[in-house]
Design a protein around this ligand. Structure first.
Ligand code: GLN
Length: 190
């Protein structure tokens, strides 16, 4: 059976995720309501702007149902702003920005200085035979990793891809480099 994967489509780069997942054979739904969320087996939370996404989650009355699904063990892939929303602790966030608190990491928003706000790098990922080309856009830095979190990739010494239970979070944009391996792994783990 094809997994039914939702892509949170309130804001940000959801379309590229949806295209890759479809290409990999998943059935993909754009998620904007609690009703839509209830019908999928797993979710991608894309990059964008975490403060805006937080506000839109609240307005769409998705915060609670999403939190419930996540705590019940739904598979989730969070990239960039999605990673920020899933983190237990956010540094340099807006005071009113919500955290779903699923992955025990501390992330600092926009941690890379203005000169290298956006950059690309080839990173080694646990289990991949060749490097993955990672695109970082105003990326968050992971400053602390709790004992339940496994680091799957680093850039320099900084963790940039982590897994915790059924959640995988990336500081970069895996949907932008024409490499489907990360999404394939996410689907394989469901
Ligand atoms: N800087 C953004 C934020 O704080 C994240 C950037 C991104 O998702 N590419 O949400």
């Amino acid at each position: 059976m094809k997994p039914r994967v939702g892509v949170l489509a309130l804001q940000g780069g959801f379309a590229a995720h949806a295209a890759i997942l479809q290409n990999l054979g998943a059935r993909v739904d754009e998620i904007r309501t609690a009703e839509q969320l209830a019908s999928v087996d797993a979710l991608v939370m894309p990059g964008g702007e975490s403060t805006t996404m937080s506000m839109l989650l609240e307005r769409s009355e998705l915060l609670e149902p999403l939190s419930e699904r996540l705590n019940a063990g739904m598979g989730v892939l969070g990239t960039c702003a999605g990673m920020i929303l899933l983190a237990v602790e956010v540094v340099d966030g807006r005071a009113d920005q919500h955290s779903l608190g699923l992955v025990d990491i501390t992330v600092r928003r926009n941690a890379y200085g203005t000169q290298i706000e956006s950059f690309e790098a080839d990173i080694g990922v646990d289990g991949f035979e060749t490097p993955f080309h990672a695109v970082f856009i105003r990326a968050p830095a992971v400053e602390r990793v709790g004992p339940t979190v496994e680091v799957l990739a680093r850039h320099g010494s900084r963790p940039v891809l982590c897994r915790s239970g059924r959640a995988m979070v990336a500081a970069f944009h895996p949907e932008l480099s024409g490499d489907e391996r990360l999404h394939a792994r996410f689907l394989a783990d469901l």
